[in-house]
Design a protein around this ligand. Structure first.
Ligand code: HEM
Length: 457
């Protein structure tokens, strides 16, 4: 839509320092605002400072880039200049020490792509996911109420582990696991910018949850020790690896870290999107009815839920895209500046952080007319608003764009194909009472967030 910005070069002459946002409190900077109302904070940067403006999180200075052109410069910068791994200090205690897989983030991403996200695997995944959804629905009975956060969190823990790690491993996971995952996700408090090991209840809970996970997984691995070779999956193999001295190559603690890191990127993101999609569908009955018709037609055609048939659901797909636009689960993407980053007369020196906010970008009025309106027709031919690659960014953009995006969309479609075929749902609270809890860097729905269901006749 706009002209491509010139790529920043290290040898460019230094430009101006980006303007600093007001209300920069001594010591904490804007940290309290970040924990209370992050999206409002990011909009305040844009309104006060323009496309480039600086916030401070307890001494960590973060320059926020907003607007399609500035965001494009961020996403196009090479890894050597804007480093992703160094920018998320609140994740290190969650993953654990000496983790994760050997190798660079790029190698890990490639490994993930090769192992479980290839097109050929995707076909099998659709069936596995449908099976997991039916398993959860079997526990619901004919009518009742669910908490959307609990329901989708549990479901996506099972679907992600079955698809990304293996069905045998998944069969070991019980309901005990998902509160642990919650506690880990809740442990991503922005206070970690001050110190991720401060003696605070939220960090104690995080560390306790991690220890509990290690001990549960120890039991799983112990039980699986004698599994026949044809039933061995990723973690059985890793735990059996030996170094030259014949000692185990990885400890259970390290494999737990691998489990968390494999699951983390796809778990809260997908479960939050499933919940918000359902909320938006139920708030917009006319669109909801069209989605249900589309799903019923798919079942009537005898195709059932398969990777192929899922491609033919434009109304559902547009609804999901619109829920992702309005409620992106990752609201701030960050990088650490490794050498001076220049953009539009500004210079961000090495050592600072830079960020882009999908929550701001997805509602830029110049890119998305009537931006707060749930309008799935945005994705109709001729409008194609998701084709603005550096503005419609629920999955990020550029070299670090989400590797799980196709898997996530397939998973979400499968969930709704089964759920809406079997049940009628309605919101059990006033529509405006559903909101996100932004007090942690991993955004979750605020509870209660309930919906009523009744089996379809
Ligand atoms: C609705 C669901 C999802 C959303 C909204 C989402 C969003 C994102 C975003 C915004 C990024 C870019 C992060 C950045 O630039 O710093 C990202 C990266 C990533 N996502 Fe997802 N994600 C989702 C599901 C998944 C799933 C299911 C998986 C795995 C199966 C996954 C694996 C990854 C990985 C490995 C990266 C890192 C890519 C890299 O650094 O190059 N995501 N995701």
């Amino acid at each position: 839509m706009t002209a491509a910005p010139s790529l920043p070069r290290a040898e460019e002459p230094a430009g101006r320092a980006p303007p600093v946002l007001s209300k920069n409190r001594p010591g904490l900077g804007h940290l309290l605002e970040l924990r209370r109302a992050p999206i409002e904070l990011f909009w305040r940067v844009r309104e006060e400072c323009g496309d480039v403006g600086e916030m401070s999180f307890a001494g960590n200075r973060v320059v926020l880039f907003t607007g399609e052109k500035a965001q494009e410069a961020f996403f196009r910068a090479p890894d050597e200049q804007l480093d992703q791994a160094a920018a998320y200090p609140f994740m290190t205690p969650v993953f654990g020490k000496g983790v994760v897989f050997d190798g660079t983030p790029e190698q890990r991403k490639q490994a993930m792509k090769n192992q479980s996200l290839r097109d050929s695997y995707m076909r099998g995944h659709a069936e596995v996911i449908a099976h997991e959804v039916r398993g959860m629905l079997d526990t619901l009975g004919d009518e009742g109420e669910i908490d959307l956060l609990d329901f989708f969190s549990e479901l996506t823990l099972y679907t992600s582990s079955a698809c990304l790690i293996g069905k045998q491993f998944r069969s070991e996971l019980t309901r005990d696991y998902f509160p642990i995952f919650y506690d880990l996700e809740k442990g991503t408090d922005a206070i970690a910018y001050v110190n991720a090991h401060l003696p605070l209840p939220v960090f104690w809970t995080r560390d306790r949850a991690r220890r509990k996970l290690v001990s549960l997984l120890e039991g799983v691995f112990e039980r699986r020790k004698d599994a026949p070779p044809e039933q061995r999956e990723l973690f059985d193999i890793l735990l059996n690896l030996r170094d030259e001295q014949g000692r185990p190559r990885y400890t259970v603690d390290q494999v737990t870290g691998m489990f968390i890191s494999l699951m983390f990127a796809g778990h809260h993101t997908t479960s939050g999107t499933a919940a918000w999609s359902l909320i938006e569908f139920l708030k917009h009955p006319e669109h909801h009815a069209r989605i249900v018709d589309e799903i019923d037609a798919l079942h009537a055609s005898g195709d059932g839920v398969s990777y192929q048939s899922l491609r033919e659901l434009p109304r559902l797909e547009a609804g999901l895209k619109e829920a992702l636009r309005l409620h992106p689960p990752l609201i701030l993407l960050m990088r650490k500046v490794m050498y001076d980053f220049h953009y539009d007369g500004f210079t961000v020196p090495a050592g600072k952080l830079v960020g882009v906010s999908p929550a701001v970008s997805n509602r830029l009025p110049e890119c998305f007319p009537d931006p707060d309106r749930f309008d799935p027709a945005r994705y109709d031919e001729g409008r194609d608003e998701d084709r603005q690659n550096f503005a419609w960014i629920p999955f990020g953009a550029g070299r670090h764009r989400c590797v799980g995006a196709a898997f996530a969309m397939m998973q979400l479609k499968t969930i709704f194909c089964v759920l809406l075929r079997e049940y009628e749902l309605e919101l059990a609270q006033p529509p405006e009472s559903y909101r996100n809890d932004h007090s942690k860097m991993v955004v979750q729905l605020e509870q209660p967030c309930r919906a009523r269901y009744r089996r379809r006749g």
